[in-house]
Design a protein around this ligand. Structure first.
Ligand code: FAD
Length: 304
């Protein structure tokens, strides 16, 4: 392959969906899948939570993606509160369903300090478990590997003593067998650049894909801050608070996300991951605003 051909590879494109909790939400996610499919994403990630109902809903959504669409699922998996055995069973189930990519995370700790934290204290051990389990499925995988992604943090993880510690954790995830990382949300383009620079300086070589969120709701932005510990951009918050209509808030959210994504891509990001909150329209508008290279369509269909 010539250098020219290699550098022509377009950035990857992916979306995060969460499993629906009721029939109305299910209809919405099916519509979202159809709309997102039109942009030829490289994969669609499906969030995970350990409660039995949410887990079932995640698996059903994955089954739908594999069985009824041409979209490839990236199954999120968290190890908090889980035994080694239950995780191994789940990974086997994923392989059997046709899943070839897992986003391996620890998950948020339960608020109840007495609650069971599970057999694996950190995400890197889940990465190692998936690598071990895939060895048992080498016939199904034709000797190939699962693609394993991990979480990376442009801003300090709430439990971490420092940003530098987070970078060491990312190094350990790569050494455990991770193939790529997706970033937590962030609102300042410099934070993604800082994450990548620090990771590279520490020896991380895997792609680090920026995670961007089209944010058009003040309430959701505040909830996100509580969930992730990432402070919302005060200027964006102000613009959303003073917007005169939902339509204007939506325009503001899409424009801010497109700006953040453009800055990351201009800085050399290998792809873009959009947190959709199952609102496909806003994410598709971000992609349209970016006018990603037209070779994407070809690359997505070839790799599918
Ligand atoms: P880890 O890498 O295990 O890190 C957790 C904490 O432990 C960090 O503070 C880290 O600094 C510290 N740590 C790690 N290793 C060590 C060590 N050896 N010694 C000391 N300290 C250590 N959550 C869900 O529940 N479901 C989802 O579907 C989901 N999807 C996500 C998708 C993305 C792209 C991202 C970025 C996050 C997602 N999360 C999800 C949230 C994630 O589970 C939380 O951020 C969680 O708190 C940490 O997960 P982790 O995999 O980064 O954990």
């Amino acid at each position: 392959m010539t250098l020219a051909a290699r550098t022509a590879v377009p950035p990857s494109l992916s979306y995060e969906l969460y499993p629906p909790a009721n029939a109305q939400a299910e209809a919405a996610v099916l519509r979202a899948i159809e709309e997102l499919g039109g942009t030829h994403p490289d994969y669609v990630s499906v969030t995970y939570s350990g409660t039995p109902e949410r887990r079932r809903a995640s698996i059903q959504l994955i089954e739908h993606l594999v069985g009824a669409t041409r979209l490839r699922p990236l199954a999120h998996l968290t190890c908090v509160g889980e035994t080694r055995d239950s995780l191994e069973l789940l990974v086997c189930q994923f392989v059997g369903l046709g899943v070839r990519g897992v986003l391996a995370m620890r998950g948020d700790l339960p608020a109840d300090a007495q609650a069971c934290r599970g057999d694996l204290p950190f995400a890197r051990y889940l990465v190692e478990l998936i690598r071990r389990v895939e060895g048992r499925h080498s016939a199904t995988l034709a000797g190939g590997r699962m693609a394993i992604g991990v979480a990376a943090y442009p801003n300090r993880h709430p439990e971490s003593p420092s940003f530098e510690h987070d970078i060491e954790v990312l190094v350990s995830k790569e050494r455990s067998g991770a193939d790529f990382a997706i970033s937590q949300v962030y609102f300042d383009p410099a934070h993604y650049v800082r994450l990548v620079a620090a990771a590279r300086a520490a020896g991380v070589t895997i792609p680090i894909i920026p995670g961007v969120i089209p944010m058009s709701s003040v309430r959701r932005l505040e909830r996100l801050a509580v969930m992730t510990g990432v402070r919302p951009d005060p200027a964006l918050l102000h613009r959303l608070e003073t917007a005169s209509s939902d339509a204007e808030r939506r325009r503001i959210g899409v424009a801010a996300a497109a700006e953040l994504a453009r800055a990351a891509l201009d800085a050399g990001a290998p792809g873009l991951h959009l947190y959709t909150f199952n609102d496909a329209r806003a994410s598709v508008e971000v992609v349209e605003a970016l006018d990603l290279p037209s070779t994407r369509t070809l690359s997505a269909s070839v790799s599918a």
